[in-house]
Design a protein around this ligand. Structure first.
Ligand SMILES: [Zn+2]
Length: 527
């Protein structure tokens, strides 16, 4: 009987299983290549083109946003956007040195601001930012403006290098390092000149001009140094609230209506030696949010993810769980999640903390950073496994996940969105050319993603627009259009911690802004 089936298999170069199996388990079977292209040589041109169409269609059907239907107005807007996008891509093909997603952001920041597609994205209602950190949100200009506040002292080391700030009536007594001298900020300005101080701080508050570090460890050391420098400036109770309020304002101006913020929740200091509690830090956030919502009724809101440092002993995490539980009890609609932060490669892997993390109450959701590395197969990659097993709602970065098809499949199956932060990945040295970003594979295979900005302050980027711009022009397929952008915006609400009625309200507020933006786009033709 099997002869009848074996003949067509043999024609295709395949060896029938029964013939090979009978030779015994360990006997070597000669390998014969199966050439599909050879087998298609005899088909008609029409059949070839039909098969080709089917394969391409199958590819396209999986791409994120492809199934979204646009209404008439949106279709008109899409024509405007795609004409401009194609122009920018064609120019890039002619002269790749002018294609900004192929280069480092520090070299192209000014050029991008002039890009017509960037201008469109800037005005687009992009939904929410779901991955951003407490003291890396506001523009450099705002940070500099804070240094003019009364009673600010600066500690400088050799060559006037800024080491720390502190608000105090009298000279601060604490010493951040031995050779550091405190002086009032106003005296430093008199001594060095206002413009020179501004120029210096503009550089010191960001990663500029360093687009290349020896390694990503060095990039991380520089990056963490900015957080440390900003501590004394921002962890002063009155400033903490102002900083958050201003962040919400800058985010809203960039077309962001919702912010899910990760914070270390540091205890804040008052003038003098008095320290507030972690609970007070959350209360300040909450009251500033209420003030902002009263001033900006179209804004959707903000929620908090408690995200302390990961480079600690496992028993410290027990304390984290206790703190998170208490805070969630007092602020159940606001403090809703937990994560661990700091360089994954140098911190401890999640597996070290699993025992304590499993004690976290069910209503506190996990949003773990995982797989922010280029070390394939390292314990950092395995953070992806633990994050998924611990029931993470989203994965922060997940840069390594495309090397793990099982984790990728689980993310798709369990509907876990990957928080992709393109500019952060570039500045922290995971890759340069956005066209090679692993998120391309995620959206090509329909793993849910959201786009976020991580620490936009440190790369002098807009709160979200630059990351959207690179996702649209660099990471997504050339043909990705308004459906892709709309899908990203909707995903940012869909995969947020918003629930029930508040999610419905969120979508309604976003839709209202979206419809207006589409109207403007059609009537202005993208100008
Ligand atoms: Zn992050």
């Amino acid at each position: 009987m099997w002869h009848a089936k074996a003949q067509p298999m043999a024609r295709m170069g395949l060896r029938p299983f029964a013939a090979t199996a009978s030779k015994g388990k360990c006997e070597k079977v000669p390998h014969e290549t199966v050439s599909v292209s050879r087998s298609l040589r005899k088909i008609t041109p029409m059949a070839y083109s039909r098969l080709r169409r089917i394969i391409n269609k199958l590819e396209q059907l999986q791409i994120m946003g492809h199934k979204l239907r646009l209404n008439d107005k949106e279709r008109q807007a899409n024509e405007v956007i795609m004409a401009i996008k194609n122009d920018e891509i064609n120019q890039g093909k002619l002269d790749p040195t002018k294609f900004t997603p192929g280069q480092h952001i520090f070299q192209t920041l000014t050029a991008i601001r002039k890009s017509p597609i960037f201008k469109i994205i800037k005005k687009m209602p992009k939904g929410g930012v779901l991955h951003a950190h407490d003291t890396a949100l506001c523009s450099t200009e705002f940070l500099i403006s804070l240094t003019y506040r009364e009673n600010l002292w600066i500690c400088t080391a050799e060559k006037d290098k800024a080491i720390a700030f502190r608000f105090s009536v009298d000279k601060p007594t604490m010493k951040p390092m031995d050779k550091c001298k405190w002086e009032p900020m106003c005296e430093l300005r008199e001594r060095m000149g206002d413009e020179e101080v501004k120029r210096y701080l503009r550089r010191r508050f960001s990663m500029y001009p360093f687009s290349k570090f020896i390694s990503n460890n060095q990039a991380w050391a520089h990056f963490m140094g900015i957080f440390i420098l900003l501590d004394g400036l921002l962890c002063h109770a009155p400033i903490w609230g102002d900083y958050y309020y201003n962040a919400l304002k800058e985010f809203a101006e960039d077309g962001v209506q919702y912010l899910e913020l990760r914070s270390l929740l540091p205890p804040l200091y008052c003038m003098g030696e008095e320290m507030l509690t972690i609970r007070d830090t959350v209360a300040i956030y909450k009251s500033e949010l209420e003030r902002f919502m009263a001033d900006h009724p179209d804004f959707i809101g903000s929620k908090l993810i408690y995200a302390p440092l990961r480079g600690v002993e496992p028993k410290v995490v027990e304390g984290y769980v206790k703190t998170a539980t208490e805070l969630n009890k007092e602020f159940p609609d606001f403090m809703i999640g937990f994560d661990l932060v700091g360089q994954e490669e140098l911190g401890r892997p999640l597996i070290d903390f699993v025992e304590n993390l499993l004690k976290m109450p069910e209503q506190i959701k996990f949003f773990f950073h995982a797989g922010e590395t280029n070390w394939f197969g390292s314990p950092i990659d395995e953070n992806l496994t633990d994050a998924i097993m611990l029931g993470t709602k989203r994965i922060g970065h997940g840069y390594a996940i495309t090397k793990h098809p099982v984790s990728m499949g689980l993310a798709r199956f369990l509907d876990i969105a990957i928080e992709v932060c393109p500019v952060s990945n570039q500045v922290l040295q995971l890759g340069v050319d956005y066209r090679n970003h692993p998120a391309a594979l995620l959206l090509a295979s329909n793993v849910p993603i959201v786009i976020s900005s991580d620490d936009p302050s440190f790369w002098r980027c807009a709160p979200l627009s630059h990351d959207f711009y690179f996702a649209f022009l660099g990471i997504a397929p050339v043909g990705a259009d308004l459906r892709f952008l709309k899908c990203l915006a909707m995903n940012s609400l869909r995969y947020s911690a918003l629930e029930g009625e508040e999610k419905k309200v969120a979508f309604a507020k976003w839709q209202k802004s979206w419809d207006k933006w589409i109207d403007d786009l059609v009537s202005e033709k993208g100008c």
